[in-house]
Design a protein around this ligand. Structure first.
Ligand code: NAP
Ligand code: 3JN
Length: 350
């Protein structure tokens, strides 16, 4: 850390996303003058090294945000509801990783490759979308811009790290136990269920977050509503099925989409994807080249492959979209928003 630079606060610094936030800030050499690390009282006093310097974690309180320029929140929706307005009131720009403010019309919901201009409308709080939404809209945006977009049907294959540090531990411990023929009582996944928990090792759980009255889960509704908001397309037809897999990190998605224009080819889609910011095309069936979560861990990009034209619908295409859910899905998108605020002159050091 240097004397010059922004005062950054990380709320939820000890969590799965918070840890990636710190690694990302360090890797990007983000201009930090002061770093405040916040958590619950449980982790207060813990020491975390940042660029070789020890920083002591403090319990997050309204006063923690005095003098803070940018506050990166990933401690859950209730903490954001309670503390993000306190941070904003004290002059910090909040970049919130929870669903607390995503659908608030006063709060921009931003994926920089798609809608960075929305940052100009912020009133102190900016929302970071859900991880599954982010990687999908990053891949769809260059296609929407070129050919228009009518419909999106997505099925996700989501990694356990999206459900937090305890879910990663559960996958690891449960896998070891089952391989050794021992019992393991599921306790964490699906996370938002207070009724039942299911085995995740060697399994697939078609529930992420709680069920809504319409039969979709909240994770599926996040993807549907957030996609329309980010792309400024309330009329877009979107449906999602979200599934948890025994993968540690890296969300995968099978995306069917229909464009507005006729006679678009796979070569056209390839061309747009290969020149899109933040997107890497990995698509060569002859050489068995396609994205997989194990190859995406630790990378900021969104990887796309398996592009096919639908056999019955001229305007319909299928693609496979993979990204590190903790990076582009959370930490990197948040830090990228902070970097974009600086580039656009929308944040000043106090
Ligand atoms: P996690 O590994 O369970 O970490 C939770 C973090 O929140 C810990 O640092 C914890 O601190 C802190 N915390 C808990 N209660 C707190 C309190 N009362 N006051 C202050 N800090 C508190 O969870 P995670 O995977 O990092 O996810 C955290 C949140 O990020 C999620 O709830 C979600 O809202 C958001 N998230 C967003 C995405 C996305 O799609 N963009 C993806 C994953 C997560 P202690 O160490 O003290 O417990
Ligand atoms: O399960 C995943 O893969 C992503 C989870 C994200 C998440 C987990 C707990 C609470 C969220 C989110 O960001 O949508 C939230 C939430 O804030 O609603």
């Amino acid at each position: 850390m240097s004397n010059k630079g922004f005062h950054i606060a990380v709320v939820g610094a000890t969590g799965a996303v918070g840890q990636q936030m710190l690694e990302t800030l360090e890797k990007r050499d983000f201009p930090i003058g002061k770093l405040t690390l916040l958590s619950s009282a449980r982790s207060a006093g813990k020491v975390i090294a940042y660029k070789g310097e020890d920083v002591t974690v403090q319990e997050a309180k309204p006063e923690s945000f005095e003098g803070v320029d940018i506050a990166l929140f990933s401690a859950g929706g209730s903490i954001s509801k309670a503390l993000a307005p306190e941070a904003a009131k004290r002059g910090a720009i909040v970049i919130d990783n929870t669903s607390a403010y995503r659908m608030d019309p006063e709060v921009p919901l931003v994926v920089p490759e798609v809608n960075k201009e929305d940052l100009r409308l912020h009133k102190g709080i900016i929302a970071n979308p859900n991880c599954s939404t982010i990687q999908m809209v990053a891949a769809l945006e260059p296609l929407r811009a070129a050919y228009g977009l009518k419909k999106v049907l997505v099925s996700t294959y989501q990694a356990v790290s999206g459900a937090g540090a305890k879910a990663i531990e559960e996958l690891n411990e449960q896998t070891k136990a089952l391989v050794n023929g021992e019992d393991y009582e599921p306790q964490i996944l699906p996370v938002s269920s207070d009724k039942k928990h299911y085995q995740i090792a060697f399994n697939a759980i078609p529930q992420i977050d709680k069920f809504e009255e319409n039969g979709f889960t909240f994770e599926e509704m996040k993807m549907i509503n957030e996609t329309k908001k980010i792309m400024h397309m309330p009329e877009l037809h979107v449906a999602a099925t979200c599934v948890r897999l025994p993968v540690a990190t890296g969300h995968s998605e099978s995306v069917y989409f229909e464009v507005e224009e006729s006679n678009v080819t796979v070569a056209d889609v390839h061309e747009k994807l290969s020149s899109a910011p933040g997107v890497v095309l990995e698509d060569n069936p002859a050489e068995q080249i396609y994205p997989m979560p194990a190859n995406c861990v630790g990378k900021n990009d969104v990887f796309v492959g398996r592009v096919r034209k639908d056999l019955d619908e001229d305007k319909g295409f299928h693609m496979w979209v993979v990204s590190d859910n903790l990076l582009k899905g959370a930490a990197w998108n948040s830090v990228q928003i902070a970097e974009t605020l600086i580039e656009m002159g929308l944040v000043q050091e106090k």
